[in-house]
Design a protein around this ligand. Structure first.
Ligand SMILES: [Zn+2]
Length: 386
């Protein structure tokens, strides 16, 4: 893979190098600016068109040299030189000062280090003092060797490391990219944004990028915020793939299990409740589907549970299992989450209803196992609201 290309693609509208866009798009004079790095074109000819106001961009069409125009107008001994200049190379690559060499401009000093080196790809991303420290920080924490290698080899070293699990593998793959990207952002922030080069910021952003990626890719693992803690977890956690069969399970003998669910057309909006009590053989005793008027989806969940339990109280069931698929409702019921005041009265009622039974269990299940209650809760929308 071409690292340079890859990093370029990540640019997201960052400064692309004023000098280069100036050559391509606007005011760079075809005759009088040293855009090819061989001095002004005007010095290679005595014809009078060199006094025209031609721009380099006048000779480019759809990203290509207009061959005819170049051959017709340019000094004969420079035609080959011009046409062999890859426009893609001018346009697409990272606009480091190194690139400006081809326009005859000396590479300047870098924007990253306190005792500056040259503003070259290798310096910005790898060999510069600033870059080296950043690489070292991350390499040390993941047990990767830190002796000097050219950038490409350095990245290959990261990519060929042995890993303990999928998350570890992912991090080894993306950290080099995040490092390069944030080194580049740092450099551009200094060059174009008037900021100070800041190593803590670069490290922080690499960690933040990694943290967000891990959260997105492995949402069921609670990732710690500190980098060292993340590394410990990466090295120790074994990633198990578990296949769980999700099914509704019958209640034990002499128990009734009621599944409830709330639904909301919009949140807030029209809400409905569904519930289905079933006995130990799995037969349903009755099915509830009611409209609850206007409210929030959380309100729908809790009111559905209350509605179902009220039925169970009225039918004089003694041993009742309430099963819902709302994790939030389960957490509220067991006081694991703070209850919003708007529904605290509903929750109180739920606790109070539960005291009517000799035995009561509250179970949280997967949505798939609560399918009937879910359908019932939505059913009333078709009946009661157009
Ligand atoms: Zn530097």
């Amino acid at each position: 893979m071409d690292i340079q290309e890859e990093t370029t693609n990540l640019q997201e509208g960052e400064p692309k190098g004023r000098e280069l866009s100036h050559v391509m798009n606007g005011s760079c004079s075809f005759w009088w600016d040293n855009w090819l790095g061989v001095g002004p074109m005007a010095q290679y000819t005595v014809v009078s068109n060199r006094f025209n106001n031609d721009k380099v961009s006048d000779f480019i069409e759809d990203g290509q040299w207009n061959r005819d125009k170049v051959i017709q107008a340019a000094p004969h001994n420079q035609v080959h030189n011009i046409l062999s200049t890859q426009l893609q190379a001018i346009r697409g690559k990272l606009p480091t000062n190194e690139k400006l060499l081809r326009f005859g401009i000396e590479p300047g000093v870098c924007y990253c280090c306190y005792s500056p080196g040259l503003d070259t790809i290798e310096h910005i991303f790898n060999s510069g003092n600033f870059a080296k420290q950043v690489w070292k920080y991350f390499a040390n924490s993941l047990g990767i060797q830190t002796d000097y290698l050219p950038l490409r080899n350095m990245i290959m070293r990261w990519w060929s490391c042995t890993y303990n699990n999928e998350a570890h593998q992912l991090i080894l793959q993306v950290i080099p990219i995040f490092i390069c990207w944030n080194l580049w952002k740092n450099r551009c922030a200094v060059k174009y944004g008037g900021k100070q080069s800041n190593m803590a910021r670069v490290k922080h952003l690499v960690i933040l990028d990694s943290f967000k990626l891990l959260q997105t890719k492995f949402p069921y693992i609670s990732w710690p915020l500190g980098w060292n803690k993340i590394c410990t977890l990466l090295e120790n956690c074994t990633h198990e793939t578990r296949v769980t069969t999700i099914q509704w399970i019958k209640p034990p003998d002499s128990w009734v299990k009621i599944n409830t669910d709330g639904s909301a057309l919009n949140n807030p909006g029209w809400i409905g409740a569904g519930g289905i009590p079933r006995n130990q053989t799995g037969e349903f005793i009755l099915a509830l589907s009611v409209s609850l008027g206007q409210g929030t989806n959380n309100q729908a969940e809790i009111e559905a549970a209350n509605f179902g339990l009220t039925w169970c109280v009225q039918l004089n069931y003694k041993n009742v299992i309430l099963e819902v698929d709302s994790q939030l409702l389960a957490d509220w019921f067991s006081n694991k989450a703070v209850v919003p005041w708007a529904i605290s009265a509903h929750l109180q009622k739920l606790h109070q209803l539960a005291t009517h039974f000799t035995h009561f269990k509250f179970i949280h299940t997967f949505r798939e196992a609560n399918f009937v209650a879910d359908s019932l809760s939505k059913h009333n929308h078709h009946i009661s609201n157009p």
